[in-house]
Design a protein around this ligand. Structure first.
Ligand SMILES: NC(=O)c1ccc[n+]([C@@H]2O[C@H](COP(=O)([O-])OP(=O)(O)OC[C@H]3O[C@@H](n4cnc5c(N)ncnc54)[C@H](O)[C@@H]3O)[C@@H](O)[C@H]2O)c1
Length: 346
Protein backbone atom coordinates (compact mmCIF):
# COMPACT_ATOMS: atom_id res chain seq x y z
CA UNK A 1 0.00 0.00 0.00
CA UNK A 2 1.65 3.31 -1.00
CA UNK A 3 2.05 5.72 1.89
CA UNK A 4 1.52 8.79 -0.26
CA UNK A 5 -0.51 10.53 2.42
CA UNK A 6 1.57 9.55 5.40
CA UNK A 7 1.43 11.46 8.72
CA UNK A 8 4.80 12.86 7.66
CA UNK A 9 3.14 14.72 4.75
CA UNK A 10 0.09 15.70 6.79
CA UNK A 11 2.29 17.30 9.47
CA UNK A 12 4.28 19.22 6.87
CA UNK A 13 1.12 20.51 5.18
CA UNK A 14 -0.17 21.69 8.56
CA UNK A 15 3.11 23.54 9.27
CA UNK A 16 3.11 25.06 5.79
CA UNK A 17 -0.43 26.28 6.31
CA UNK A 18 0.63 28.02 9.55
CA UNK A 19 3.53 29.72 7.75
CA UNK A 20 1.24 30.88 4.96
CA UNK A 21 -1.35 32.24 7.36
CA UNK A 22 1.34 34.21 9.22
CA UNK A 23 2.21 35.75 5.83
CA UNK A 24 -1.46 36.63 5.28
CA UNK A 25 -1.92 34.00 2.56
CA UNK A 26 -5.38 32.47 2.76
CA UNK A 27 -7.65 31.05 0.08
CA UNK A 28 -10.54 30.42 2.47
CA UNK A 29 -13.85 30.60 0.63
CA UNK A 30 -12.17 30.94 -2.78
CA UNK A 31 -12.88 28.59 -5.67
CA UNK A 32 -9.63 27.36 -7.22
CA UNK A 33 -9.02 25.24 -10.32
CA UNK A 34 -5.78 23.23 -10.25
CA UNK A 35 -4.83 21.49 -13.50
CA UNK A 36 -2.35 18.68 -12.91
CA UNK A 37 -3.56 18.51 -9.31
CA UNK A 38 -2.76 14.82 -8.84
CA UNK A 39 0.92 15.30 -9.66
CA UNK A 40 3.84 15.90 -7.32
CA UNK A 41 3.45 19.68 -6.85
CA UNK A 42 -0.28 19.80 -7.66
CA UNK A 43 -1.20 17.35 -4.90
CA UNK A 44 0.68 19.35 -2.24
CA UNK A 45 -1.08 22.51 -3.49
CA UNK A 46 -4.47 20.76 -3.31
CA UNK A 47 -3.64 19.59 0.24
CA UNK A 48 -2.94 23.14 1.42
CA UNK A 49 -5.93 24.66 -0.36
CA UNK A 50 -8.33 22.04 1.01
CA UNK A 51 -6.94 22.59 4.51
CA UNK A 52 -7.43 26.35 4.09
CA UNK A 53 -11.09 25.72 3.26
CA UNK A 54 -10.92 26.76 -0.38
CA UNK A 55 -13.19 24.91 -2.82
CA UNK A 56 -10.79 22.99 -5.02
CA UNK A 57 -11.48 21.58 -8.47
CA UNK A 58 -8.66 19.35 -9.68
CA UNK A 59 -8.38 18.40 -13.34
CA UNK A 60 -5.98 15.61 -14.20
CA UNK A 61 -5.65 12.88 -16.82
CA UNK A 62 -3.28 10.79 -14.62
CA UNK A 63 -0.66 10.66 -17.34
CA UNK A 64 2.22 11.27 -14.92
CA UNK A 65 0.40 11.97 -11.64
CA UNK A 66 -0.54 9.04 -9.45
CA UNK A 67 -4.20 8.81 -8.32
CA UNK A 68 -3.06 7.84 -4.83
CA UNK A 69 -1.51 11.32 -4.37
CA UNK A 70 -5.02 12.71 -3.91
CA UNK A 71 -6.89 9.60 -2.77
CA UNK A 72 -7.16 10.98 0.79
CA UNK A 73 -8.86 14.15 -0.57
CA UNK A 74 -11.57 12.36 -2.51
CA UNK A 75 -14.88 12.48 -0.68
CA UNK A 76 -14.03 15.78 1.08
CA UNK A 77 -16.81 18.31 0.58
CA UNK A 78 -14.42 20.98 -0.75
CA UNK A 79 -12.50 18.78 -3.20
CA UNK A 80 -13.71 17.76 -6.66
CA UNK A 81 -11.76 15.68 -9.11
CA UNK A 82 -12.44 15.79 -12.85
CA UNK A 83 -10.56 13.24 -14.92
CA UNK A 84 -9.95 15.11 -18.14
CA UNK A 85 -7.22 15.96 -20.65
CA UNK A 86 -6.84 19.74 -20.37
CA UNK A 87 -5.79 20.03 -24.02
CA UNK A 88 -9.47 19.40 -24.83
CA UNK A 89 -12.06 22.13 -24.12
CA UNK A 90 -14.29 21.67 -21.06
CA UNK A 91 -17.30 23.56 -19.69
CA UNK A 92 -17.20 24.13 -15.94
CA UNK A 93 -20.02 25.45 -13.77
CA UNK A 94 -19.62 28.24 -11.24
CA UNK A 95 -16.95 30.91 -10.99
CA UNK A 96 -13.27 30.52 -10.21
CA UNK A 97 -11.23 33.04 -8.26
CA UNK A 98 -7.97 31.43 -9.31
CA UNK A 99 -6.79 29.04 -12.03
CA UNK A 100 -3.43 27.32 -11.50
CA UNK A 101 -2.10 25.58 -14.61
CA UNK A 102 0.36 22.85 -13.66
CA UNK A 103 -0.70 20.08 -16.06
CA UNK A 104 2.35 18.84 -17.92
CA UNK A 105 4.66 15.88 -17.80
CA UNK A 106 7.89 17.26 -16.39
CA UNK A 107 10.54 14.56 -16.20
CA UNK A 108 13.44 14.63 -18.69
CA UNK A 109 12.89 10.86 -19.02
CA UNK A 110 9.47 11.67 -20.52
CA UNK A 111 10.84 14.11 -23.12
CA UNK A 112 11.86 11.23 -25.41
CA UNK A 113 8.67 9.17 -25.06
CA UNK A 114 5.94 11.83 -24.85
CA UNK A 115 7.14 14.98 -26.69
CA UNK A 116 3.79 15.64 -28.39
CA UNK A 117 1.77 15.38 -25.16
CA UNK A 118 4.24 17.74 -23.45
CA UNK A 119 3.96 20.28 -26.28
CA UNK A 120 0.17 20.05 -26.22
CA UNK A 121 -0.16 20.45 -22.43
CA UNK A 122 1.79 23.71 -22.44
CA UNK A 123 0.24 25.18 -25.61
CA UNK A 124 -3.27 23.80 -26.26
CA UNK A 125 -3.64 23.00 -22.55
CA UNK A 126 -2.72 26.48 -21.42
CA UNK A 127 -5.00 27.96 -24.08
CA UNK A 128 -7.92 25.95 -22.63
CA UNK A 129 -6.98 26.92 -19.05
CA UNK A 130 -6.60 30.60 -19.97
CA UNK A 131 -9.99 30.48 -21.68
CA UNK A 132 -11.54 29.25 -18.42
CA UNK A 133 -9.81 32.05 -16.49
CA UNK A 134 -11.00 34.62 -19.02
CA UNK A 135 -14.63 33.42 -18.84
CA UNK A 136 -14.58 33.50 -15.04
CA UNK A 137 -12.35 36.61 -14.75
CA UNK A 138 -10.06 34.55 -12.54
CA UNK A 139 -6.49 35.22 -11.55
CA UNK A 140 -4.13 32.88 -13.46
CA UNK A 141 -0.88 31.23 -12.35
CA UNK A 142 1.33 29.25 -14.73
CA UNK A 143 4.07 26.91 -13.52
CA UNK A 144 6.81 27.55 -16.04
CA UNK A 145 10.33 26.29 -15.59
CA UNK A 146 14.02 27.12 -15.36
CA UNK A 147 14.23 25.18 -18.65
CA UNK A 148 13.09 28.35 -20.45
CA UNK A 149 16.69 29.53 -19.86
CA UNK A 150 18.11 26.40 -21.56
CA UNK A 151 21.87 26.17 -21.14
CA UNK A 152 22.74 29.66 -19.82
CA UNK A 153 25.83 31.25 -21.35
CA UNK A 154 28.86 32.39 -19.31
CA UNK A 155 27.97 35.12 -16.82
CA UNK A 156 24.27 34.21 -16.67
CA UNK A 157 24.36 31.88 -13.66
CA UNK A 158 22.78 32.57 -11.15
CA UNK A 159 20.07 33.26 -13.71
CA UNK A 160 17.73 36.22 -13.39
CA UNK A 161 14.31 36.57 -14.98
CA UNK A 162 15.56 39.05 -17.61
CA UNK A 163 17.84 36.42 -19.20
CA UNK A 164 16.22 35.36 -22.48
CA UNK A 165 17.70 31.90 -22.69
CA UNK A 166 19.93 29.74 -24.87
CA UNK A 167 17.86 26.90 -26.28
CA UNK A 168 17.99 24.33 -29.07
CA UNK A 169 14.40 24.20 -30.34
CA UNK A 170 14.90 20.91 -32.22
CA UNK A 171 16.88 19.08 -29.53
CA UNK A 172 15.46 16.38 -27.26
CA UNK A 173 14.58 18.94 -24.59
CA UNK A 174 12.98 21.32 -27.12
CA UNK A 175 9.50 19.82 -26.62
CA UNK A 176 9.53 20.94 -22.99
CA UNK A 177 11.64 24.11 -23.14
CA UNK A 178 9.90 25.58 -26.17
CA UNK A 179 6.43 24.49 -25.04
CA UNK A 180 6.94 26.33 -21.74
CA UNK A 181 8.20 29.41 -23.61
CA UNK A 182 5.12 29.28 -25.83
CA UNK A 183 2.99 28.85 -22.67
CA UNK A 184 4.54 32.02 -21.25
CA UNK A 185 3.79 33.86 -24.52
CA UNK A 186 0.15 32.68 -24.26
CA UNK A 187 -0.03 34.01 -20.69
CA UNK A 188 1.27 37.42 -21.74
CA UNK A 189 -1.08 37.51 -24.74
CA UNK A 190 -4.09 37.04 -22.43
CA UNK A 191 -2.65 39.54 -19.98
CA UNK A 192 -2.15 42.21 -22.64
CA UNK A 193 -5.17 41.57 -24.88
CA UNK A 194 -7.76 40.69 -22.21
CA UNK A 195 -6.32 42.34 -19.10
CA UNK A 196 -6.18 39.00 -17.28
CA UNK A 197 -4.40 39.04 -13.88
CA UNK A 198 -1.58 36.59 -14.65
CA UNK A 199 1.50 35.39 -12.79
CA UNK A 200 4.31 33.11 -14.00
CA UNK A 201 6.51 31.05 -11.70
CA UNK A 202 9.77 29.78 -13.19
CA UNK A 203 10.32 26.71 -11.08
CA UNK A 204 13.82 25.31 -10.53
CA UNK A 205 14.40 21.64 -9.56
CA UNK A 206 12.09 20.72 -6.72
CA UNK A 207 12.08 17.46 -4.77
CA UNK A 208 10.33 15.80 -1.87
CA UNK A 209 7.74 13.16 -1.01
CA UNK A 210 5.53 12.12 -3.97
CA UNK A 211 8.20 12.86 -6.58
CA UNK A 212 7.98 9.77 -8.75
CA UNK A 213 11.00 7.57 -9.38
CA UNK A 214 11.40 4.74 -11.87
CA UNK A 215 12.49 4.48 -15.49
CA UNK A 216 9.52 6.38 -16.92
CA UNK A 217 9.05 9.34 -14.58
CA UNK A 218 12.14 9.53 -12.40
CA UNK A 219 13.92 12.79 -11.77
CA UNK A 220 17.39 13.01 -10.39
CA UNK A 221 16.58 13.14 -6.65
CA UNK A 222 13.90 10.45 -6.75
CA UNK A 223 16.11 8.25 -8.91
CA UNK A 224 19.17 8.57 -6.66
CA UNK A 225 17.18 8.07 -3.43
CA UNK A 226 15.35 5.02 -4.69
CA UNK A 227 18.57 3.53 -6.12
CA UNK A 228 20.40 4.17 -2.84
CA UNK A 229 17.65 2.61 -0.73
CA UNK A 230 17.65 -0.51 -2.91
CA UNK A 231 21.44 -0.83 -2.96
CA UNK A 232 21.38 -0.45 -6.75
CA UNK A 233 23.95 1.58 -8.72
CA UNK A 234 23.39 5.33 -8.42
CA UNK A 235 23.47 6.32 -12.08
CA UNK A 236 24.86 9.73 -13.05
CA UNK A 237 24.50 11.12 -16.56
CA UNK A 238 27.90 12.48 -17.67
CA UNK A 239 30.78 12.98 -15.25
CA UNK A 240 28.60 14.55 -12.56
CA UNK A 241 30.30 17.94 -12.68
CA UNK A 242 27.11 19.63 -13.98
CA UNK A 243 25.31 21.61 -11.27
CA UNK A 244 21.70 21.96 -10.19
CA UNK A 245 20.02 23.60 -7.21
CA UNK A 246 17.32 21.73 -5.33
CA UNK A 247 14.36 23.18 -3.47
CA UNK A 248 12.27 21.21 -0.98
CA UNK A 249 8.61 20.84 -1.95
CA UNK A 250 7.07 22.80 0.97
CA UNK A 251 9.32 25.78 0.18
CA UNK A 252 8.25 25.60 -3.47
CA UNK A 253 4.54 25.41 -2.64
CA UNK A 254 4.90 28.30 -0.21
CA UNK A 255 6.48 30.44 -2.95
CA UNK A 256 3.82 29.47 -5.49
CA UNK A 257 0.93 30.25 -3.15
CA UNK A 258 2.46 33.60 -2.15
CA UNK A 259 2.74 34.43 -5.86
CA UNK A 260 -0.88 33.38 -6.41
CA UNK A 261 -2.23 35.27 -3.40
CA UNK A 262 -0.36 38.55 -3.09
CA UNK A 263 -1.99 41.63 -4.61
CA UNK A 264 -0.23 43.86 -7.15
CA UNK A 265 1.74 41.09 -8.83
CA UNK A 266 -0.18 41.01 -12.08
CA UNK A 267 2.07 40.35 -15.08
CA UNK A 268 4.98 39.23 -12.85
CA UNK A 269 7.46 36.48 -13.73
CA UNK A 270 9.35 35.12 -10.73
CA UNK A 271 12.04 32.46 -10.26
CA UNK A 272 11.29 30.06 -7.41
CA UNK A 273 14.19 27.82 -6.51
CA UNK A 274 17.15 27.24 -4.25
CA UNK A 275 20.36 29.27 -4.50
CA UNK A 276 22.39 26.35 -3.12
CA UNK A 277 24.17 25.10 -6.27
CA UNK A 278 25.55 21.56 -6.05
CA UNK A 279 27.36 19.25 -8.47
CA UNK A 280 25.41 16.11 -9.35
CA UNK A 281 28.27 13.91 -8.16
CA UNK A 282 28.11 15.65 -4.76
CA UNK A 283 24.34 15.11 -4.65
CA UNK A 284 24.86 11.39 -5.29
CA UNK A 285 27.50 11.18 -2.53
CA UNK A 286 25.27 13.12 -0.10
CA UNK A 287 22.27 10.85 -0.74
CA UNK A 288 24.48 7.79 -0.37
CA UNK A 289 25.75 9.06 3.01
CA UNK A 290 22.32 10.13 4.32
CA UNK A 291 20.74 6.80 3.42
CA UNK A 292 23.79 4.83 4.66
CA UNK A 293 23.76 3.04 1.33
CA UNK A 294 26.46 0.79 -0.09
CA UNK A 295 25.39 1.51 -3.71
CA UNK A 296 28.21 2.07 -6.18
CA UNK A 297 28.11 5.32 -8.18
CA UNK A 298 28.23 4.69 -11.94
CA UNK A 299 28.27 6.95 -15.00
CA UNK A 300 26.09 6.93 -18.14
CA UNK A 301 26.46 9.06 -21.31
CA UNK A 302 25.37 12.69 -20.87
CA UNK A 303 22.15 13.48 -22.78
CA UNK A 304 22.50 16.07 -25.55
CA UNK A 305 21.80 19.71 -24.48
CA UNK A 306 21.97 18.84 -20.76
CA UNK A 307 22.53 22.23 -19.04
CA UNK A 308 26.00 22.65 -17.51
CA UNK A 309 24.89 24.86 -14.63
CA UNK A 310 21.53 25.71 -13.16
CA UNK A 311 20.96 28.09 -10.29
CA UNK A 312 18.41 30.89 -9.90
CA UNK A 313 18.81 34.50 -8.92
CA UNK A 314 15.92 34.83 -6.46
CA UNK A 315 16.19 38.56 -5.72
CA UNK A 316 12.76 39.13 -7.22
CA UNK A 317 11.14 36.43 -5.07
CA UNK A 318 12.78 37.93 -1.96
CA UNK A 319 11.50 41.40 -2.84
CA UNK A 320 7.98 40.67 -4.12
CA UNK A 321 7.07 37.48 -2.27
CA UNK A 322 9.11 38.13 0.91
CA UNK A 323 10.19 34.55 0.38
CA UNK A 324 13.39 32.52 0.48
CA UNK A 325 14.01 28.79 1.02
CA UNK A 326 13.99 27.57 4.60
CA UNK A 327 14.74 23.83 4.31
CA UNK A 328 18.40 22.79 4.14
CA UNK A 329 19.23 20.24 1.44
CA UNK A 330 20.28 17.49 3.85
CA UNK A 331 17.10 17.96 5.95
CA UNK A 332 14.89 17.82 2.85
CA UNK A 333 16.69 14.77 1.51
CA UNK A 334 16.26 12.97 4.83
CA UNK A 335 12.49 13.64 4.78
CA UNK A 336 12.35 12.49 1.16
CA UNK A 337 14.24 9.29 1.90
CA UNK A 338 11.96 8.58 4.90
CA UNK A 339 8.95 8.84 2.63
CA UNK A 340 10.50 6.65 -0.05
CA UNK A 341 11.22 3.95 2.53
CA UNK A 342 7.50 3.57 3.19
CA UNK A 343 6.37 3.91 -0.41
CA UNK A 344 5.72 1.06 -2.82
CA UNK A 345 5.00 3.36 -5.77
CA UNK A 346 8.44 3.54 -7.25
N1 LIG B 1 8.96 19.51 -10.01
C1 LIG B 1 9.83 20.30 -10.59
O1 LIG B 1 11.03 20.27 -10.24
C2 LIG B 1 9.40 21.27 -11.66
C3 LIG B 1 10.38 22.11 -12.20
C4 LIG B 1 9.99 23.03 -13.17
C5 LIG B 1 8.67 23.12 -13.56
N2 LIG B 1 7.75 22.28 -13.03
C6 LIG B 1 6.39 22.38 -13.54
O2 LIG B 1 5.46 22.23 -12.49
C7 LIG B 1 4.30 21.52 -12.97
C8 LIG B 1 4.04 20.31 -12.08
O3 LIG B 1 5.18 19.48 -12.12
P1 LIG B 1 5.29 18.16 -11.24
O4 LIG B 1 6.71 18.04 -10.85
O5 LIG B 1 4.24 18.15 -10.21
O6 LIG B 1 5.00 17.06 -12.36
P2 LIG B 1 3.99 15.80 -12.31
O7 LIG B 1 4.26 15.01 -13.54
O8 LIG B 1 4.11 15.09 -11.01
O9 LIG B 1 2.57 16.48 -12.37
C9 LIG B 1 1.98 16.91 -13.58
C10 LIG B 1 0.51 16.53 -13.52
O10 LIG B 1 -0.14 16.98 -14.73
C11 LIG B 1 -0.98 15.92 -15.19
N3 LIG B 1 -1.13 16.13 -16.64
C12 LIG B 1 -0.18 16.08 -17.59
N4 LIG B 1 -0.71 16.35 -18.80
C13 LIG B 1 -2.05 16.58 -18.59
C14 LIG B 1 -3.13 16.90 -19.44
N5 LIG B 1 -2.97 17.04 -20.76
N6 LIG B 1 -4.36 17.06 -18.90
C15 LIG B 1 -4.55 16.90 -17.56
N7 LIG B 1 -3.55 16.61 -16.70
C16 LIG B 1 -2.32 16.44 -17.22
C17 LIG B 1 -0.24 14.65 -14.82
O11 LIG B 1 -1.06 13.52 -14.79
C18 LIG B 1 0.29 15.03 -13.45
O12 LIG B 1 -0.64 14.72 -12.43
C19 LIG B 1 4.58 21.16 -14.41
O13 LIG B 1 3.95 22.11 -15.25
C20 LIG B 1 6.07 21.27 -14.51
O14 LIG B 1 6.48 21.59 -15.82
C21 LIG B 1 8.09 21.34 -12.09
Amino acid sequence: MPLVSSPNIHGQVTELNKTLRRAGVSFKGQRVLVTGGSGFLGSWICDVLVLQDAEVVCIDNFSSGHPSNIEHLRGKRNFNLIEHDITKPIELDGNFDLVMHLASRASPLEFASFPIQILKANTLGIWVALGIAKRHESRFLFTSTSEVYGNPTEGNVPTAENYNGNINPIGLRGCYDEAKRCGEAFVFAYHRQHGLDTRIARIFNTYGPRLRAGDTYGRVVSRFVSQALRSKSITIFGDGRQTRSFLYVTDQVEGLLRLAAFPNLTGQVINIGSEEEIRIIELAQLIKRLTESNSPITFLPLPVDDPVRRCPDISRAREYLKWSPSTKLDEGLKMTAEWFKGCSLN
